[in-house]
Design a protein around this ligand. Structure first.
Ligand code: ASP
Length: 266
């Protein structure tokens, strides 16, 4: 499965002494290149039958962040998010302005036909509203730095111009050394309104909750409100929590002790 390949690539970076930021970028790029996931190549269609992708990346060391929204020609939105973080004064850039920066940074731009999928077109034509398949990754390197990233095509049948939680720092992505890293998937409007990623870390930071307790509380609240969602969370000790209130969420992890898990259903 593509998930294992992404895990291998990301973990290889960490094993070779690389940074958590590189590991997150490489793992997410692999998922963006795989048409099975709703990000990059496999992005779902808007109501106008186009793809508009969102992504973000955050460095827990200094809370630096980069994000991109509504891009249609960038092969790997996560790479552009990182480029924006490292080479511009801004955090979040959208649309054509963002694509211009991608060109400047010599990042790969592709013809929109690269993202074509007959199956996904059929789905948007049936107006099936929701779909979960956003990709995310978290990593902690040997220096204890936590990084987080998220990338998505958004929600099937979304209005052109709609931006979800994935490029919103604090909503879909959060990284803060000595506290936690989070990447989320689900109904983005609610993740924005409840600042889900930051909320999970804030409860750990201020209430002293464990990663499992904090994640369960916040996912529990989403469930109570009837909101679909899931998150992956990593704490400062390398402990993880991966919770969702949908039927499944493809997920995987590996740690330096060699413990590994790849799963979809509960
Ligand atoms: N959270 C994404 C969005 O609202 C969609 C998803 O995760 O499925 O854009």
């Amino acid at each position: 499965m593509g998930l294992k390949e992404a895990l291998d690539r990301g973990f290889h970076v960490l094993e070779s002494g690389g940074s958590s930021l590189d590991a997150v970028e490489i793992a997410i790029s692999a998922l963006e290149d795989n048409p099975l996931f709703n990000a990059g190549r496999g992005s779902v269609y808007t109501k106008d039958e186009k793809q508009e992708m969102d992504a973000s990346i955050m460095n827990g060391k200094d809370q630096d962040a980069g994000a991109v929204a509504s891009v249609s020609r960038v092969k790997n939105p996560i790479k552009l998010a990182r480029y924006i973080m490292e080479h511009t004064k801004h955090v979040l850039m959208a649309g054509q302005g963002a694509e211009k920066i991608a060109k400047q940074g010599k990042l790969e731009l592709v013809d929109p036909s690269y993202f074509y999928s007959e199956e996904k077109l059929k789905r948007v034509r049936k107006q099936k509203a929701k779909e979960i398949g956003t990709v995310g990754a978290l990593a902690m390197d040997k220096f204890g730095n936590i990084a987080a990233g998220t990338s998505t095509g958004g929600m099937t049948n979304k209005l052109p111009g709609r931006i979800g939680d994935s490029p919103i720092i604090g909503a879909g992505t959060w990284a803060q050394n000595n506290v936690c890293g989070v990447s989320g998937t689900g109904h983005g409007e609610y993740f924005i309104r409840y600042n889900v990623a930051r909320e999970i870390c804030a409860r750990m930071e201020y209430l002293g909750l464990s990663v499992g307790e904090s994640t369960s509380q916040v996912i529990g609240q989403l469930t109570t409100m009837g909101v679909n969602g899931g998150v992956i969370v990593l704490d400062k000790n390398g402990k993880i929590s991966m919770e969702f209130n949908t039927d499944g969420m493809a997920r995987a992890y590996r740690n330096s002790k060699g413990e590994e898990m790849v799963a979809i259903y509960k």
